[in-house]
Design a protein around this ligand. Structure first.
Ligand code: ATP
Ligand code: MG
Ligand code: MG
Ligand code: MG
Length: 559
C-alpha cells in the first residue's frame, strides 16, 4: 500500500467531546468519523482493524463448533410481542413501521429471531446440541451515547445462541463459549477479569461478564487475587441510580438490558439505604426484577433489580401479594411464577452500619440521583468499604478496579423457548422446550478497549494481532533520488511477505513520523541520509528502540 493512494485523514487534535483516549485516538488516527450522536463510519484503516477483531472472534466461534448465520437487522414486532418484550424493552428500542403500517424494530438483540429460526426447523433432540452465531449490527437508542464507539447507538455485536435438550447440555455449551471468550481476549492481549454477574444460584452462575480492566470502564469490579473470585460491584451502586419515586414503572422501562442479580446484591443495595426500611419485596416480570421497599404497609420506593434470585432463600408470593405488588407499583405487565417476596430485616440489620452508618447526609429515598444524592465520595465510601472486605471464599482481602464490559454470556434456560414455543422431541418422543444460552461480545467496543490498554502519548500501540500494517517504509525526503529509490526497493522486497505501507507523500518527515506513530505501525523502516551508504534505520513502535542496519538485512531483521 502507498500512503499517497490511501485515505488516511489524521488529525493533530480530536474534538473536545472526545472524553476518552480511545475515542480521541480513533478520531485522530482516522479510524472513525461521527455521523450523528452514537453513529459512526469506519474509514479504511479503522475498518481494516475492525475486520481483524471480527476474524479473531469468528475463528474462535468456528473452532468452538458454532455455525455462522446472518439474521436481519429489521425484526417484526410480532416476535417481540410473543416473548412479551415489545412493551418491556422501552425507549432503548428503535421502532419503525412499514408502508402497510406494520410494526418493526431495529434489532437491539436477537433472542427472538434465533428462537424463531430453530422452532421452525429443529425437530429432534438428535439435532442437538446446536450453536449459531452472527456478527451483525445492533441498534440501541442509548440514553447517553458516549466514548465514541464504546457506547454507540449502532454497533456490531457477535451474538451467539446455543440450544440443548437438557441442563447438562446447556452447561457444556456455556463452558465452551466461556473458554472461547477467554481465548478471544487473550489473542487481543487484553488484561481482563471474568466476573460473576449472578452469584446467587446453586450449581454455579447463570451469567458472566468479561471485563477489560480500564480506568474509563463504567463498571466496578471486585476481585480476589488469591482465589480468583470476581463480581460486578457497580450493580449495587447502579441500582441506586434507578431509584425513582411514583413514576418508577414507566422509568424502569428505560433501563438497560438485564443484568442478573443475587440475594447478596439485594442485601448490598438495601445496605446503603437508611435503616428504617424493614422489608423489601422483590418481584419480577420475565426479565427484570423490581424491588418495592415497604415500611409497614406503605411502599416507600422501588428500584430495578434484575432477574433470578436464589429462590431457595425466598418465599414465593401468594396470589394476593402479587396483586397487591402490581397495584402498588402501578405495574400492568405480566408477572410470572418467579414473583416473590422477601423479608430483609436481617440483611438490613447486618448491613445498616456498614456503609452509611445511619442516615448520612444526602442519602434519601425519593428521586435519588447519582451525583446529586449519592455524591462521588459516598460512592467511593461504598467502594472502599467493599474493597477492604475479605473474600467470602478464601478470606483474602478483596481488591477493586474499573472494567469495560466487552462480553456477556448468559444461561437463558427455557425463557424464550417457552414463550415462543420452541420444542423438540426428546428420546421418549415427548415435546420438550429447548434449553438456551446466549453469548454476546461487542466488536467495536473491544477495539476501543484495546486502545485504552495500549497507547502512549504518541498514539496507538497495537497488539500483534491487530496492527494496521506490519511495517512502514518511510523515505525521509522523497525528492532525494537515492532515498526514494532505496525505499521503493525495500518496499518491493517486503510487500510479498508482509503487509507493508510506503509513505511516498511529499510531506515533511516530522508529519510522516507522527502519523505512523499515531496509527501504530509496529515497525518503521526509515530511509534517510544514510541511504547513500545503503543503510536504513529500523524503529520499533512500542520500545522506541532504533537500530542502524544494512539495507540488505532488513528482511532478515523482520522475520
Ligand atoms: P452495557 O451494560 O454497557 O450497556 P449491556 O449489558 O447492555 O452493555 P449486552 O446486552 O450484554 O450489553 O450486550 C453484549 C455486548 O454488546 C456488551 O458486553 C458490549 O460489549 C456490547 N454493547 C452493548 N451495548 C453497546 C453499545 N451501546 N455500544 C457498543 N457496544 C455495546
Ligand atoms: Mg446496555
Ligand atoms: Mg451491562
Ligand atoms: Mg450485558
Amino acid at each position: 500500500m502507498r500512503t499517497s493512494k490511501y485515505f488516511l485523514p489524521t488529525l493533530r487534535e480530536a474534538s473536545a467531546e472526545a472524553e476518552t483516549v480511545s475515542h480521541q485516538l480513533m478520531l485522530r488516527a482516522g479510524l472513525i468519523r461521527k455521523q450523528a450522536s452514537g453513529v459512526y463510519s469506519y474509514l479504511p484503516l479503522g475498518y481494516k482493524i475492525l475486520k481483524k477483531v471480527e476474524n479473531i472472534i469468528r475463528e474462535e466461534m468456528d473452532s468452538a463448533g458454532s455455525l455462522e448465520i446472518l439474521g436481519p437487522a429489521i425484526q417484526p414486532a410480532e416476535l417481540w410481542k410473543e416473548s412479551q418484550r415489545w412493551d418491556e424493552y422501552g425507549d432503548e428500542m428503535f421502532r419503525l413501521k412499514d408502508r402497510h403500517n406494520r410494526e418493526f424494530c431495529l434489532g437491539p438483540t436477537h433472542e427472538e429471531i434465533f428462537t424463531d429460526i430453530v422452532r421452525n426447523d429443529l425437530r429432534s433432540y438428535r439435532n442437538l446440541p446446536l450453536s449459531l452465531y452472527q456478527i451483525q449490527s445492533k441498534y440501541r437508542d442509548e440514553r447517553r451515547p458516549r466514548f465514541g464507539v464504546m457506547r454507540s447507538r449502532e454497533f456490531i455485536m457477535k451474538d451467539g445462541y446455543s440450544f440443548d435438550i437438557d441442563q447438562d447440555g446447556l452447561d457444556l455449551s456455556y463452558d465452551k463459549m466461556f473458554d472461547a471468550y477467554k481465548r478471544i481476549l487473550s489473542r487481543l492481549d487484553l488484561k481482563y477479569q471474568v466476573v460473576e454477574a449472578d452469584s446467587g444460584n446453586i450449581g454455579g452462575s447463570h451469567s458472566h461478564e468479561f471485563m477489560v480492566i480500564s480506568e474509563v470502564g463504567e463498571d466496578d469490579i471486585i476481585y480476589c487475587a488469591e482465589c480468583g473470585y470476581a463480581a460486578n460491584l457497580e450493580k449495587a451502586v447502579s441500582k441506586i441510580t434507578s431509584i425513582k419515586s411514583e413514576e418508577a414503572p414507566k422509568e424502569l422501562k428505560q433501563v438497560d438490558t438485564p443484568n442478573a442479580s443475587s440475594i447478596d446484591e439485594v442485601a448490598d443495595f438495601l445496605n446503603v439505604l437508611p435503616h428504617n426500611i424493614v422489608k423489601a419485596r422483590v418481584y419480577t416480570n420475565n426479565e427484570r426484577m423490581f424491588v418495592a421497599l415497604v415500611k409497614g404497609d406503605q411502599k416507600i420506593n422501588e428500584t430495578k433489580l434484575n432477574t433470578i434470585l436464589d429462590t431457595s432463600l425466598l418465599e414465593p408470593a401468594s396470589e394476593e401479594e402479587i396483586k397487591e405488588i402490581k397495584s402498588e407499583a402501578g405495574f400492568t405487565g405480566p408477572l410470572n411464577l418467579k414473583d416473590v417476596t422477601i423479608i430483609c430485616d436481617k440483611e438490613v440489620e447486618k448491613m445498616r452500619n456498614f456503609v452509611v452508618g445511619g442516615n448520612k447526609k444526602g442519602v434519601h429515598l425519593i428521586n435519588c440521583n447519582i451525583g446529586r444524592d449519592f455524591t462521588p465520595d459516598i460512592i467511593a465510601d461504598i467502594r472502599s468499604a467493599k474493597e477492604g472486605e475479605s473474600c467470602t471464599r478464601c478470606g483474602e482481602v478483596l481488591s477493586s478496579s474499573k472494567g469495560i464490559e466487552v462480553g456477556h454470556i448468559f444461561k437463558l434456560g427455557t425463557k424464550y423457548s417457552e414463550s415462543l414455543n420452541a420444542t423438540v422431541l426428546d428420546k421418549d418422543g415427548k415435546e420438550k422446550p429447548l434449553l438456551m444460552g446466549c453469548y454476546g461480545i461487542g466488536v467495536n467496543r473491544l477495539l476501543a478497549a484495546v486502545i485504552e490498554q495500549n497507547h502512549d502519548e504518541d498514539g496507538i500501540i497495537w497488539p500483534k494481532a491487530l496492527g494496521p500494517f506490519q511495517v512502514s517504509v518511510i523515505p525521509v525526503n522523497v525528492k532525494k533520488e537515492e532515498q526514494l529509490n532505496l525505499a521503493e526497493d525495500i518496499y518491493d522486497k517486503l510487500k510479498d511477505k508482509f503487509d507493508v505501507i510506503i509513505d511516498d507523500r511529499k510531506e515533511r518527515v516530522g508529519v510522516k513520523f507522527k502519523d505512523h506513530e499515531l496509527i501504530g505501525v509496529p515497525v518503521q523502516i526509515i530511509v534517510g541520509k544514510n541511504a547513500a551508504d545503503n543503510q536504513v534505520e529500523i524503529k520499533y513502535r512500542q520500545s522506541k528502540d532504533k537500530l542502524l542496519l544494512d539495507a540488505e538485512k532488513v528482511v532478515e531483521a523482520l522475520d
